[in-house]
Design a protein around this ligand. Structure first.
Ligand SMILES: NC(=O)c1ccc[n+]([C@@H]2O[C@H](COP(=O)([O-])OP(=O)(O)OC[C@H]3O[C@@H](n4cnc5c(N)ncnc54)[C@H](O)[C@@H]3O)[C@@H](O)[C@H]2O)c1
Length: 467
């Protein structure tokens, strides 16, 4: 089939590349000329395991092309995916301007070329309930008719960064929101090869499909946050959250995934989508109280280590001037270079605001961090980048682990201890075993597992980085 993907960012590039791998002819469109040039030149613009092989094959066999020309793509494709940004607007609601602008342009193109025939326009971006109707209305304003010239379908994307290619090629389910049987058939034909093992293609109305995506992300963010609060309580009562996790994860009603305690969720989706759903509820005069709590708890949790670091290393004014802190991990989670809303960045801002020198290492996310936070003086301290895990800890007063990359799990602890000025480790992702750390001579702080928790009021740190 002939497919276009408008917006060649994280979701768009994975979507386009995977459709091409399945034998479709795909044109990816982006307004970012540099990105299109880079991709056309054969270079993948994001780090995502497995993507490069499909990308190279698609380009070599001429099934995957990139352009800045929307008209070229709309002319060629019967199905047009919108994988455009939906960033939070001022009040937390999703900003739909990218989606509606492109919808208007597609409407004008179709109105100007009636000979091009029928098109299915697919909302792949995460968009609030009612967006499919708004996209339809914007397109109809160009003078074309729903059901005759086009239909709009909601097809939320559930891929996880880091395993996005696998998730796209073997989805646990495909959700298609449409009230048009014609569009439903086109979408089913397109997705059937991805669900050959029997996973369902679930067809529903547009509104329910739109809500499904938000409900999924909000529930997952809630599950993580719930475990983080259990962990905080474990620390105070002397329980071990890891044992609790295993104890409850074997209950099939609960399930074993998304139960790991840590320094909060980040990334481009959970924070934004929870805020947007919370806002949607508010606009419909419903106060979604659980989501309010999830957002508040996560805001504190992503900085939960900062007061502990200050307790251990701060001077009498709670400052960290002259302290060097190694940070392993910058990406918001392993196997990605994405640093949007990464807890590491919140901590870097807090620690440097207190005068610390942070030396960071991440296997993939140092360039993306450099682009966002820069290098050298920052706040009242500084940020530098190391060449390896061992380079980062050299002469540092403490090590902070902010992302659970596999390579951080089994370092040479003797080498780490020798390199550090003080054997002090703050493990925000519970990657190390507390007993082994004690044996290796470290003072070890982690999340929700027995150690002596300092009596610090967590809210106090908010003021530091906000300033
Ligand atoms: N990243 C994820 O893991 C994930 C997962 C599921 C759903 N989503 C949703 O998918 C959507 C896209 O997310 P993303 O992470 O891929 O965003 P992104 O920022 O990585 O990519 C968006 C792309 O759209 C391009 N763009 C902007 N305006 C354009 C225009 N007028 N025409 C053509 N291209 C344009 C940008 O240049 C950029 O390359 C969002 O709604 C997001 O919530 C993301």
């Amino acid at each position: 089939m002939n497919v276009a993907v408008v917006g060649t960012g994280y979701v768009g590039l994975v979507t386009g590349t995977c459709f091409a791998e399945m034998g479709n002819n795909v044109i990816c469109v982006d307004i970012d000329e540099v990105k299109v040039e880079t991709l056309s030149g054969g270079e993948v613009t994001i780090f995502e395991p497995g993507l490069e092989v499909f990308f190279e094959r698609g380009r070599r066999e001429n099934r995957l092309r990139f352009t800045t020309d929307l008209a070229e793509a709309v002319e060629a494709a019967e199905v047009i995916f919108l994988a455009l940004p939906t960033p939070p607007g001022e009040n937390g609601s999703a900003d739909l301007s990218y989606v509606l602008d492109v919808a208007e342009q597609i409407g004008d193109l179709l109105a100007g070329h009636p000979d091009w025939g029928y098109r299915v326009i697919v909302d792949k971006s995460t968009v609030p309930v009612g967006t499919a109707k708004r996209v339809t209305a914007v397109m109809e304003a160009s003078g074309i008719e729903e059901g005759v010239h086009f239909d709009v379908v909601s097809n939320p994307e559930f891929l996880r960064e880091g395993v996005a290619v696998d998730d796209f090629m073997k989805p646990e389910r495909v959700v298609i929101g449409t009230s048009s049987s014609r569009a439903g058939e086109v979408m089913t034909r397109l997705y059937e090869p991805f669900v050959r093992s029997g996973n369902p293609i679930i067809v529903m109305d547009e509104e329910s499909a739109e809500m499904t995506k938000y409900a999924a992300n909000a529930l997952l963010a809630t599950k993580i946050t719930f475990m983080n609060e259990i962990a905080n309580l474990c620390e105070r009562v002397g329980a071990d959250v890891d044992k609790v996790r295993r104890g409850i994860g074997t209950d099939s009603r609960i399930g074993s995934r998304f139960l790991y305690a840590g320094i909060g969720f980040g990334g481009s989706c959970f924070p934004k989508d929870v805020r947007a759903l919370h806002r949607t509820a508010h606009e419909h005069t419903y106060e979604f109280q659980i989501l309010d709590a999830v957002l508040r708890v996560n805001k504190i949790q992503r900085r939960v280590l900062v007061p502990r670091i200050v307790e251990a290393l701060g001077d009498e004014h709670g400052r960290l001037d002259g302290r060097r802190i190694a940070m392993w991990g910058l990406a918001f989670k392993p196997n990605t270079d994405d640093v949007r809303e990464a807890p590491s960045h919140y901590m870097i801002k807090d620690l440097t605001a207190l005068g610390a020198e942070v030396v960071a290492f991440d296997p993939e996310a140092m360039d993306t961090t450099r682009a966002e936070l820069g290098e050298g003086p920052i706040g009242e301290g500084s940020l530098a980048y190391a060449t390896s895990v061992y380079d980062a800890v050299e002469n540092a007063d403490a090590l902070v682990v902010a992302t659970e990359w596999p390579e951080f799990r089994r370092p040479d602890l003797v080498r780490v201890r020798r390199a550090l000025k003080q054997p002090l480790v703050f493990d925000g992702r519970n990657v190390f075993d507390p007993d082994r750390m004690a044996e290796a001579g470290f003072e070890y702080h982690c999340i929700g597992r027995p150690f002596v928790a300092p009596a610090i009021v967590l809210d106090e740190v908010d003021d530091v980085a906000e300033a």
